[in-house]
Design a protein around this ligand. Structure first.
Ligand code: MMA
Ligand code: CA
Ligand code: CA
Length: 348
């Protein structure tokens, strides 16, 4: 038991009363202070919450604004992307149609190319046909020409023979001025314009004086001027570069023909006069290879081939030449030889 308790039981004194009031007052005061503190703490807390809330609201508002902006941007981007996509689709379509067009063009070009190739092939075939026709025509023409020449030559020979026979029988005659009526007209019309006139317009005896190179003591050895008489023939030793065919025409123009050789004596005589650079003679295997024919159509009963000849060398050799030694060699007909020997029958 406290002393206060003792005092209460007896009734308190003024001092004690005053002390109790004072403690009451102190207690009340302490209690007030606590309330204020609590209110302050509450206020501060409320203020803090209010600030926090404000901050949160601000943050929320900012976030909302950003989101809105993002949304707008996204919408704008989506619009842009869809526009781009549409443009791209348009471009793609255009490219596809262009590609289809190009494919069509290419197919057309290929078809055209094929058509041209087949046309070219046809053209080449036609050209080949034309070439073949041309060469056929040429060979036909050449054959006709050769036949015409041979016919003319035969006629000339006949006329010469007749003339000689007439002279020998001493019948006074006039020279034939035209080709006999029996001449086949086809031959004359098919003869080319370039064929030299081989049928004499006048008799051989009137073409040149005959008596200059006559051999005394023989009956038929009369030759024209510049012709050399040997046995019963006359020989002309022509000079000047000529192909075989040109030499043949030259002899025809002189009323003779390229020489035919039939004996060793005749060959010896010719060897003496032979051109040192070679001379064409009247022997050739033009028609059948290896079958040599004399211009006077007589058989090949004598020959004077150089050893190893005839050899039909190179691109073919169908005309015969007499070398400086007098020996024969078959040579290329288009070679130009400086010498060529003609013969004709001597007159009586
Ligand atoms: C030449 C020519 C021919 C002849 C030979 C001989 C190279 O050709 O003249 O006709 O047969 O010579 O070697
Ligand atoms: Ca030959
Ligand atoms: Ca030869």
């Amino acid at each position: 038991m406290t002393p206060h308790g003792q005092a209460e039981g007896r009734g308190p004194g003024p001092a004690l009363r005053h002390q109790a009031d004072f403690s009451k007052f102190t207690r009340r005061r302490r209690c007030c202070r606590k309330g204020i503190q609590l209110a302050l703490v509450g206020l501060v807390t409320a203020a803090l919450w209010a600030g926090l809330l404000t901050l949160l609201l601000l943050w929320h508002w900012d976030t909302l604004r950003n989101l809105k902006q993002l949304e707008e941007n996204a919408a704008r981007n989506v619009t842009q992307v869809s526009k781009d996509l549409e443009r791209h689709k348009g471009d793609e379509m255009a490219q596809k149609s262009q590609a289809a067009q190009m494919l069509q063009n290419m197919e057309r070009i290929q078809a055209e190319q094929k058509r041209m190739e087949s046309q070219e092939f046809e053209l080449f075939q036609n050209l080949d046909g034309l070439r073949a026709d041309l060469s056929n025509l040429k060979s036909l023409n050449m054959n006709e020409r050769r036949m015409a020449l041979e016919s003319l030559e035969r006629l000339q020979e006949e006329i010469q023979k007749l003339w000689v026979e007439l002279r020998e029988s001493n019948v006074p005659t006039t020279a034939p001025t035209t080709v006999p009526a029996t001449v086949p007209t086809t031959v004359l019309t098919t003869a080319p314009a370039t064929v030299p006139t081989m049928v004499p317009a006048t008799a051989p005896t009137t073409a040149a004086p005959l008596s200059l190179s006559s051999t005394p003591g023989s009956t038929c050895n009369t030759c024209p001027e510049k012709w050399v008489s040997f046995q019963r023939k006359c020989y002309y030793f022509g000079e000047g570069a000529k192909k075989w065919i040109q030499a043949r025409f030259a002899c025809s123009n002189l009323h003779g023909r390229l020489v035919s050789i039939h004996s060793q004596e005749e060959q010896d005589f010719l060897t003496k006069h032979a051109n040192k650079r070679g001379s064409w003679i009247g022997l050739r295997d033009l028609d059948i290879e290896g079958e040599f024919i004399w211009m006077d159509k007589k058989p090949l009963n004598y020959s004077n081939w150089q050893p190893g000849e005839p050899n039909d060398a190179g691109q073919g050799e169908n005309c015969v030449m007499m070398q400086a030694s007098g020996q024969w060699n078959d040579a290329f007909c288009n070679n130009r030889l400086d010498g060529w020997v003609c013969d004709r029958l001597a007159t009586c």
